[in-house]
Design a protein around this ligand. Structure first.
Ligand code: NCD
Length: 320
């Protein structure tokens, strides 16, 4: 699309979604209200066909389970159709076609383009090439704005508001776009404190830290989650992003270096809630899954109503 139009009324209409930092708190409140509306419709089995006749392109140049399937479920439950692909091998990129040409085709075929790519900046570039709105479903280690929207919405439903809480973000803060986008999202709110907990090799990158500092996020680094767990309301965990390591030996040095166990969880407040964008690998002991603190499956379920809200608002068909 190019050109962002901010504003509180209909802030999403026709808009690209590249970074959570492009949005305001009131934009997100508007989105969450619409997500609430769709959540009720889903529970009643009464989803209006607001996307009848609309085509959503799902351009996944990199693997995905939840993001792709929840966009697809959202579009189809709303009566829309989807086209797309799930890897570069499946399309003419394998024959040498450029990214820009692939996006131009989707721009001609569909009404909105959802893009995931291993390279930073791919979604922004797609938005420059395409006339139709582009939604970033993850660009390398940089942004994952719709995941951050789901995460903040989850916190809102669990605690009433993301404000005033103590957060710990645990894991690969160097490469995880989900963790980074969540931290960027928290800068739109007023958390009491945010602990960044990562192995030293995977600490947050300087350019990300600069944004958090400039935006006044009250964060501090902690070397061990056990030191802070008693204070924490929301523990946000991410896996080590193995595929982003330039050197497999570096991955070997950090693999298995943190793990959330039932013993750790029991040290926290009874009201502690654990979020994770998923997929999880070995950083959460599976015994934690059945504890009341585990909120990650609930979080994943919110991907559908949130993305319904986003698609209908961008396409200008949500009336609430
Ligand atoms: C995340 C991603 O792709 O960045 N997955 C997701 O979209 N829920 C997190 C991850 O892969 O670790």
């Amino acid at each position: 699309m190019g050109g962002l139009q901010a504003g509180s009324v209909g802030a999403f209409k026709g808009r690209d979604v590249i970074s959570i930092l492009d949005f305001t708190r009131s934009d997100l409140e508007e989105l969450f209200e619409a997500a609430d509306w769709f959540r009720r419709r889903l529970l009643d089995g009464n989803v209006p066909k607001l996307l009848d006749g609309r085509l959503v392109a799902l351009a996944f140049f990199e693997p995905s389970t939840r993001t792709r399937l929840s966009f697809e479920a959202a579009a189809k439950r709303l009566g829309g159709e989807t086209i797309g692909f799930t890897s570069e091998e499946a399309i003419s990129v394998a024959k040498g076609e450029s990214f820009a040409d692939t996006i131009r085709m989707l721009d001609a075929y569909a009404d909105i383009i959802v893009v995931r790519h291993k390279y930073e900046g791919a979604a922004l570039y797609a938005a420059e090439v395409a006339e139709k709105p582009v939604v970033n479903a993850g660009d390398g280690r940089q942004h994952h704005p719709t995941q951050a929207m789901i995460d903040l919405y989850t916190v809102k439903l669990l605690f009433g508001s993301p404000d005033g809480l103590v957060y710990a973000v645990l894991g690969d803060l160097r490469y995880s776009r989900a963790a980074i986008s969540f931290l960027y999202g928290l800068t739109l709110y007023k958390p009491k404190r945010v602990y960044l907990v990562s192995p030293p090799q995977l600490r947050i990158r300087e350019e990300v830290e600069m944004v958090l500092r400039e935006r006044g996020l009250p964060y501090r680094e902690a070397s061990d989650i056990t030191e802070v767990i008693e204070e924490v309301d929301v523990l946000y965990v991410v896996r080590i992003q193995r595929e982003r390591f330039p050197d497999p030996m570096e991955y070997e040095k950090v693999r298995g270096s943190y793990r959330v166990t039932p013993e750790l969880v029991k040290k926290g407040k009874p009201t502690l809630r654990i979020l994770h964008p998923l997929p999880k690998v070995d950083e959460i002991d599976p015994r934690v899954d059945s504890m009341p603190q585990a909120a990650y499956f609930f979080q994943a379920s919110l991907g559908v109503p949130l993305r319904m809200a986003l698609l209908t608002m961008i396409l200008g068909v949500y009336a609430g």
